[in-house]
Design a protein around this ligand. Structure first.
Ligand code: ZN
Ligand code: ZN
Length: 470
């Protein structure tokens, strides 16, 4: 996403979650659920509890003292806009022009452009207290400015869900677009009409008041300026392009590079042409120095890299796709890597995570010599089989699995051993340390269900020497 947010990382035992979610599951990964839209007197508890409706002031049309605004512009236009939206809703008839003040530029003094029906206009539901909103606002401001400079403009109208006018005013100042004056009641109506259930939400405003478009926050986060004009059609186009890259129908340049960059960088900061990877099996390693599971996995990957460098020279390369939280960390991390990296903060980082749906690190995506994706589960293949898994093809993995099944043949399901007081059961483990010989083991193990006791099959008393240490 806008480069992965370090603030949203959490850690698990064996992997670390990164800021992007699996979009098929949770497209609004950074959104806050929205359970409240009350009057300015209602306070939103941080736990977002049920609104205290009893305390909500129930304004009648015209009884509320409207905040005085500095400029009045195009009242008809604004009214048309709002009535167009709200007029069709039952119960909205109490809204009057006096209540609905106007749209004004966020600095409170500039001239306000006409709402241009030719340019797409979005309602931006957001609040100062909401951290994902703050992050998204920064992203949206960048996109807004970039597109404006290329004359691909769109309009945004901020609909505030702030707790009070001061927060609203402060938040509005960070926005280069139109803002709707602070009025919780109007915001609530708009939320109801646009079925806004979480913020931030960015919803295309249509002149057809019955047409409610879907929220595009996730789409904008995923694709940035490329998402313009933020339509469903554009989303389908971009997703089809991603799909093509995911299966390997594009070039390595399209996948790892950008129109401005056709190289990767080495640990020493040298440029390595992407074309150098042609014909090699490539492992895209998604990781970050801050993540302990990544630091431990990097050692395993390095072993495999070195081993294949000897046994299969020139056939395997790794490309580091960084989730480091800052540039110093990235420099420190990559300086010890013998393989090249995508430059820090490069757009391709986000693109690769998106294309391969990477939301946890460490992760390895393996690409064959023809550029086609071999596996998105390269981490498991490397952890389970090491360099033996090369060239990581389905046939190779099936053979390895078959070999493992063969090793299992003849092993009892359950045994007793004088080295341990409990029964031991046959199990399969990625990695363990044998309590008999203290050497590491992988795959088949005799384990105790009660204690943390593990034994190599060949360390069982009276075990035939036919069980070699894997
Ligand atoms: Zn042992
Ligand atoms: Zn035991």
């Amino acid at each position: 996403m806008f480069h992965v947010e370090s603030a949203t990382w959490t850690e698990h035992d064996s992997e670390s979650r990164i800021g992007r979610g699996n979009k098929s599951i949770n497209h609004h990964r950074n959104s806050f659920p929205l359970l409240f839209l009350g009057s300015r007197n209602s306070r939103l508890s941080s736990s977002l509890k049920t609104p205290r409706n009893s305390k909500r002031r129930n304004h009648q049309a015209g009884t509320r003292k409207a905040p005085r605004l500095k400029i009045f512009v195009h009242l008809g236009c604004v009214a048309q806009f709002l009535m167009g939206e709200l007029g069709s809703d039952p119960g909205n008839s109490c809204l009057s022009l006096q209540e609905i003040e106007l749209l004004l530029s966020s600095d409170g003094k500039g001239s306000v452009p006409w709402l241009d029906q030719k340019r797409p206009t979005f309602l931006f539901f957001s609040a100062n207290w909401c951290r994902p909103c703050a992050n998204f606002t920064k992203v949206l401001v960048e996109i807004y400015k970039t597109l404006k400079s290329t004359e691909r403009e769109f309009q945004v109208i901020f609909v505030s869900l702030d707790r009070d006018e001061a927060s609203f005013a402060e938040y509005s100042r960070s926005m280069p677009w139109l803002v709707l004056p602070f009025d919780p009641r109007i915001s609530r109506r708009l939320c109801e009409h646009y079925k806004v259930a979480h913020i931030p939400s960015l919803i295309l405003w249509s002149s057809d008041s019955n047409a409610v478009e879907e929220d595009v926050v996730g789409f904008v986060e995923d694709y940035g300026v490329d998402a313009f004009p933020f339509t469903r059609k554009r989303r389908e186009q971009l997703e089809a392009m991603d799909e093509a890259l995911r299966i390997g129908a594009g070039s390595l340049q399209a996948l790892l590079g950008s129109p401005e960059r056709d190289y990767l960088i080495s640990g020493e900061g040298k440029k390595i042409p992407i074309s150098d990877l042609a014909g090699k099996t490539v492992g895209l390693y998604f990781g970050g120095q801050w993540s302990p599971p990544c630091r431990s996995f990097a050692h395993q990957l390095l072993d495999v890299y070195d081993e294949l460098g000897v046994s299969e020279p020139g056939k395997f390369e790794v490309v580091f796709v960084s989730s480091d939280s800052n540039e110093d960390e990235f420099d420190q991390n990559t300086s010890s890597m013998p393989w090249p990296s995508i430059p820090y903060r490069d757009k391709a980082l986000k693109k690769l995570s998106r294309i391969f749906l990477v939301n946890r690190i460490p992760a390895v995506v393996l690409l064959g010599p023809d550029g086609k994706t071999l596996s998105t589960n390269g981490r498991n293949l490397i952890t389970s089989h090491g360099a033996k898994a090369f060239p990581f093809t389905e046939t190779k993995i099936t053979d390895l699995e078959r070999l493992l099944e063969k090793e299992r043949e003849g092993l009892p399901e359950q045994v007793s051993d004088p080295k341990h007081q409990h029964e031991l059961k046959l199990d399969r483990a990625m990695a363990y340390v044998c309590d008999g010989c203290t050497r590491p083991g992988r795959f088949w193990v005799f384990s105790c269900n009660n204690c943390n006791f593990d034994l190599h099959p060949q360390c069982l008393q009276g075990s035939p020497s036919a069980y070699p240490i894997p």
